[in-house]
Design a protein around this ligand. Structure first.
Ligand SMILES: C[S@@+](CC[C@H](N)C(=O)[O-])C[C@H]1O[C@@H](n2cnc3c(N)ncnc32)[C@H](O)[C@@H]1O
Length: 227
């Protein structure tokens, strides 16, 4: 699949991909759930935007994939694989887009959610979405950072690093070099990689991370690793 494709074509090819891999009934049921979640939260995160359609200054734009929002169905399954309660945990979304994963993490109960995103337009939309839901999640602190995730130092307080296929293999390698020091600490860290097309790089850079999901088929579309 072409992860840099321009919006309207991307939307169609993702629909075809989903029908092929999940079947028509599952694709329709997931689509309906995402639409209901969007209405329930009162946010606007739908759409597909290629890097070429966005104003991004970072050099790493070359390796960036298009924006599309996380599925709440896949997000919930991934979070269910993590072995703890999130009320004292910090969630980091690499390439936070319009803020959907951050808001889903707040809904899951994380005490703090941090997003780093290099496209200004998407960050502005994320601010608006977060403003709309903040009062629903008074126990969660929201932090949005504008900038290149590959230049960002992962804060020590982070417990879960989430990334939904944000970039190509070289950029995943760059991110893993940033993740490595956090992975070598004693504190448990979970990496949640949605649509994990470059998992080989995680194994290459992090050594032999523990796969939390033994049978990948149990959670289609997600790989979860810990140190
Ligand atoms: C597939 S979208 C996921 C959006 C969001 N995480 C979600 O789950 O709803 C990937 C996002 O990563 C962003 N991105 C790609 N490369 C980046 C980089 N080097 N630094 C910051 N953001 C990046 C894109 O602009 C896009 O918003």
């Amino acid at each position: 699949m072409d992860f840099k494709q321009r919006g309207k074509f991307a939307w169609l090819s993702h629909l075809m991909y989903s029908i092929k891999h999940r079947g028509l009934a599952s694709t329709c049921s997931m689509g309906l759930k995402e639409w209901q979640k969007e209405r329930e939260l009162g946010i606007k995160t739908f759409g597909a935007h290629a890097p070429a359609e966005l104003s991004i200054e970072a050099d790493s734009k070359m390796g960036g994939h298009l924006y599309q929002p996380s599925s709440s169905v896949i997000f919930e399954r991934a979070m269910n694989a993590l072995p703890y309660n999130f009320s004292d945990k910090v969630f980091l979304d690499i390439g936070s887009g319009k803020g959907r994963a951050l808001i889903l993490a707040a809904e899951a109960g994380f005490k703090k959610v941090i997003g780093i995103e290099y496209a200004n337009e998407l960050n502005d939309i994320a601010y608006t979405n977060i403003e709309k839901v903040k009062s629903k999640f008074p126990k969660t602190e929201f932090v949005l950072q504008e900038g290149d995730a590959l230049q960002y130092d992962i804060p020590e307080e982070v417990d879960v690093i989430y990334f939904f296929n944000p970039f190509d293999e070289d950029a995943v390698r760059g991110l893993m070099l940033k993740v490595k020091p956090a992975f070598e600490r004693k504190k448990p860290i979970y990496l949640v990689y949605v649509h994990p097309v470059h998992c080989n790089v995680l194994e290459e850079v992090l050594g032999d991370p523990t796969s939390v999901v033994k049978n990948w088929k149990e959670i289609p579309d997600v790989a979860v690793f810990s140190n």
